[in-house]
Design a protein around this ligand. Structure first.
Ligand code: BTN
Length: 249
């Protein structure tokens, strides 16, 4: 089957829907956009809320040969950030960065706020190729229109703050092809070629950070597998899964 682009007026979650289809034997290359999600999901069991028009919410599902998946969400973040940033300009109003592992931040002045998030999940595809292939689902949520967010200390950033007039379809046009290319590239090469591109966008680099287990240190970029390198009292630690926050001064 070919590559399908599909838009739904409403679904619980585009990630959940593509995972459901894969488990039911329909692990097909699909880009699924939802105008509204009733149960959008974020990382670590959090929810992703949004009203129609506030955000671009979609998932890309692709059957891929098994690889080391750990860097996939970083590679996807690199592609989305670069696509939104556009060509380098000396006085670019748009200053994007990536907060490991997969948050996109927008800078205005000295203040950074979250603009977008990525949720990568993989399923074993039911059917004949199940042993050889996995189905990777890359879910992307980008705030497009400024909106108040209950329960958040800092309001999220929105794309329209820096690209006036942009709407969800226009944002999708910018990011879709670069994201597909990045995921296919990742499947062929692994994270290696994305390491320097991530570094150029890394907002934690040289900052004091605290890991979710309480360990503190200084962020030192990412390794060639996408692990966050943190210089701690006990030496350099490669962090593969943890919630990392910038330590308050
Ligand atoms: C995060 O910030 O923790 C990740 C947020 C990912 C949200 C997107 S919206 C489209 C896709 N479907 C979901 O349920 N989640 C992702």
């Amino acid at each position: 089957p070919g590559f399908t682009v599909e838009t739904l007026a409403e679904i619980d979650s585009t990630n959940t829907e593509l995972m459901r289809r894969a488990r039911a034997g329909r692990a097909e290359p699909t880009l699924l956009v939802a105008e509204r999600q009733s149960a959008g999901r974020g990382r670590l069991g959090r929810s992703w809320l949004g009203e129609p028009g506030d955000a671009l919410t979609f998932s890309l599902g692709l059957p891929l040969a098994p690889v080391d998946w750990s860097g996939l969400s970083l590679a996807a973040g690199v592609a989305v950030a670069e696509a939104l940033q556009g060509p380098p300009a000396p006085a670019a109003a748009l200053r994007l960065g990536l907060k490991w592992p997969n948050d996109l931040w927008l800078w205005s002045g000295a203040q950074g706020r979250k603009l977008a998030g990525i949720l990568v999940e993989t399923a074993t595809a039911a059917g004949a190729e199940a042993a050889a292939m996995r189905y990777a689902v890359i879910g992307v949520g980008i705030n497009v229109r400024p909106h108040p967010a209950a329960g958040l200390s800092t309001p999220p950033a929105a794309l329209q703050e820096v690209l006036p007039g942009i709407d969800a379809p226009a944002a999708l046009l910018r990011v879709a092809a670069p994201l597909v290319m990045a995921v296919l590239g990742f499947a062929a090469t692994g994270f290696g070629p994305f390491q320097a591109r991530f570094d150029a966008l890394d907002i934690l680099r040289d900052r004091a950070v605290r890991l979710s287990d309480g360990t503190t240190g200084t962020a030192h970029g990412v390794g060639e597998d996408g692990a966050l390198l943190v210089h701690t009292a006990a030496g350099m630690q490669a962090v593969t899964s943890a919630e990392v926050s910038v330590r308050p001064a």
